[in-house]
Design a protein around this ligand. Structure first.
Ligand SMILES: Cc1c2[nH]c(c1CCC(=O)O)Cc1[nH]c(c(CCC(=O)O)c1C)Cc1[nH]c(c(CCC(=O)O)c1C)Cc1[nH]c(c(C)c1CCC(=O)O)C2
Length: 354
């Protein structure tokens, strides 16, 4: 009944549901990015947000790593910062600097955030997803994604990346009510944004809480866990109401080792594990939990020579165990990662006998 080509490789979806795949699956966070020479060439012709906002261009970049490698999933080319943009904030991508929001959020301009129609202003992401589902021809499933409320709040208040997130954390201590208003607003938009992506063909979705590591258990419990739970619950409810097939949800809360066990009770099917967490710790924390895990090779391991890299991958998989495991890096791939190492990483993962 699906309007899309039949899916030929469902390894990742199987593992997310707790089923056994034929081979150990792998995809790579930021797999469609600057380590690919073809992406760099493309970027000479098109600006970052032009690619995000033009479905044909976003589709083309999404397919780049899939053409080159035997990956088990694609992830739609976009950015977590399209949500602040849709709320009316200016976001620039400056070469060598990263994202800059020249007019950061303050308690004075908070009222200017325009959540009405925000998701319809992100329709281009849905269109890129639909186009990409067709162009993928069912080869691998397509991930949709969003930033988590806290991570988006961080960029919006800091006006870009930050070493401490002290401005955003100030809200948590000094004006918790306003912080909750903002987190509520973001949660509402994120839920509808993820549902829109699923309606347009995303087969699995990931929530990136990349700035979790700046908080502690106390703050994360107050300002993040309840919102993350709302996101999984409401997305799943709305997907059901729309009579859509249920899609697995992944949570990647980078550096949130202080609440790994709690993350397993939020209703996500898969937990992303960052590269700092040891396999023993991960498996012990999640022993009795009904979740799959995704991770967690150090992105810098790709700089090692081929034999060393193979050994590290084998060692990681042995220690994590192949049960309910989706292999990935433990954070996004770096722009100078050798493309040959990516090949070695993928081949080594696929060579495991399950
Ligand atoms: C924090 C964050 C952002 N964006 C994202 C996160 C969460 C993941 C993480 O923690 O790494 C998520 C993201 N950003 C991008 C994707 C595309 C899909 C993919 O291949 O994973 C995804 C999933 C493209 C991108 N997003 C960005 C690029 C490079 C910019 C360029 O092409 O000029 C790409 C390909 C820019 C970006 N966008 C952001 C930053 C901090 C930067 C600059 C630093 C960097 O480049 O890593 C915000």
């Amino acid at each position: 009944m699906s309007k899309f080509p039949d899916l030929k490789n469902d390894r990742i979806l199987k593992v997310a549901r707790g089923e056994k795949p034929d081979k150990l699956p792998i995809w790579i966070m930021r797999q469609a990015g600057r380590y690919l020479p073809e992406f760099m060439e493309f970027r000479e012709q098109h600006s970052f947000f032009e690619i995000c906002q033009t479905p044909e261009l976003a589709c083309e970049v999404t397919l780049m790593p899939i053409r080159r490698y035997d990956l088990d999933a694609a992830i739609i080319f976009s950015d977590i910062l399209v949500i602040p943009q849709a709320l009316g904030m200016t976001v620039e991508m400056r070469p060598g600097v990263g994202p800059v929001l020249p007019e950061p959020l303050t308690s004075d301009n908070f009222h200017k955030l325009n959540k009405n129609g925000a998701v319809s202003r992100l329709k281009y992401v849905g269109e890129a997803i639909t186009l990409t589902r067709h162009k993928l021809e069912g080869k691998v499933p397509l991930f949709g994604f969003s930033g988590a409320p806290w991570t988006l709040m961080g960029y919006m208040i800091e006006g870009g990346g930050s070493k401490t997130l002290s401005k955003a954390k100030k809200w948590l201590y000094k004006d918790p009510e306003l912080a909750h208003l903002l987190l509520d607003l973001l949660t509402e938009v994120i839920v509808d944004y993820l549902v829109m992506q699923i309606e347009h063909g995303a087969q699995i979705v990931q929530v990136f809480d990349s700035s979790a590591e700046y908080l502690n258990k106390n703050l994360y419990t107050k300002f993040c866990l309840p919102y993350l739970k709302q996101i999984s619950t409401k997305v799943k409810e709305k997907v059901k109401q729309l009579n859509l097939e249920e899609v697995p949800m992944v949570l990647f809360a980078k550096g949130a080792y202080f609440c790994l066990e709690d993350q397993a009770d939020l209703g996500y099917d898969v937990l992303g594990i960052d590269w700092t967490m040891s396999p023993d710790f991960v498996r012990a924390s999640l022993k009795d939990k009904n979740v799959s895990i995704q991770g967690n090779l150090d992105p810098c391991a790709l700089y090692a020579n081929k034999d060393e890299l193979k050994n590290m991958v084998v060692d990681m998989v042995r220690k994590l165990g192949t049960d309910r495991l989706i292999v990935n890096l433990g954070h996004g791939i770096y722009p100078d990662a050798p493309t040959a190492s990516v090949q070695t990483f993928i081949e080594t993962v696929h060579s495991f006998n399950l």
